[in-house]
Design a protein around this ligand. Structure first.
Ligand code: NAI
Length: 219
């Protein structure tokens, strides 16, 4: 089965499996059963088996899963066995924080340069990454064969910058601006909206509190 056929629901669970398996691997654990993984991750064992079956299983009856093998295979499916070169667009608060977060590099996502319209930021460094003029973005992306552009700019600007990036060979946009981008299908877009996550949290607080109100009082 090709990776294309794995549903987005399964794909969305893979990073979590990958993190847990990475931790197990770091602890020197060589194998794990779906039951053990299920207890750790609070996911049913049957869900784990179903998910892993989508890409060939990798488990053996009575042995469980080989942690190293599963970790490596999931990394391949997620495309983490290659380095992804990235540029930041918008070297403000959010953009700078992302560049400073070193774990992305550990996962193979490497910031090569930053770009900003503010002239006073040009030539400045953030964690060893130089901020360049926006005039140089297009050429830089082409020459350095950048894979991913990370947009940390206001939404109106993001639309314009996405149009500019569509004229390059960029493969993906990691979009933090609160706007839907319309780019050719060859460019993958992943939107990240922390406020959506907060709204879900707010909903869950309310659901929990309403549930508590309807519970019978305890002595
Ligand atoms: P900020 O004002 O600190 O930084 C924005 C930077 O973008 C500035 O340095 C500015 O000069 C630059 N910029 C503006 N237009 C540009 C353009 N056309 N080309 C290149 N650079 C440009 O703002 P902050 O806090 O870093 O937020 C950035 C954006 O991210 C905002 O639009 C905000 O709404 C959004 N945001 C999204 C979050 C999310 O969860 N998706 C969370 C926080 C912020």
């Amino acid at each position: 089965m090709s990776n294309k056929e794995i549903s987005q629901a399964v794909v969305s669970r893979l990073p979590r499996y990958y993190r847990y398996l990475g931790d197990l691997r770091d602890e020197g654990i060589e194998r794990i059963s779906s039951q053990e993984l299920s207890q750790m991750m609070h996911v049913t064992a049957s869900q784990i088996r179903q998910d892993f079956n989508h890409f060939g299983g990798f488990g053996q009856q009575g042995y469980g899963y080989n942690v190293e093998y599963l970790y490596t295979e999931i990394a391949k499916i997620l495309g983490l066995d290659t380095i992804h070169d990235m540029v930041l667009v918008g070297a403000g608060n959010l953009g700078s924080a992302l560049v400073k977060y070193m774990n992305f590099r550990r996962r193979g996502f490497v910031f090569k340069a930053a770009f900003d319209i503010r002239k006073d930021l040009e030539g400045k460094e953030i964690s060893g990454i130089t901020v360049h003029s926006m005039d140089d973005l297009k050429d830089y992306v082409e020459q350095e064969q950048i894979d991913i552009a990370v947009l940390c700019i206001p939404k109106q600007e993001a639309v314009k910058v996405a149009d500019l990036l569509a004229q390059t060979n960029i493969k993906a946009i990691w979009n933090f601006a609160h706007v839907d981008l319309h780019v050719p299908p060859r460019i993958q877009v992943e939107n990240v909206h922390l406020s959506d996550s907060l709204m879900r949290l707010s909903y869950n607080i309310r659901q929990y509190e309403e549930g508590q109100e309807t519970l019978p009082e305890q002595n």
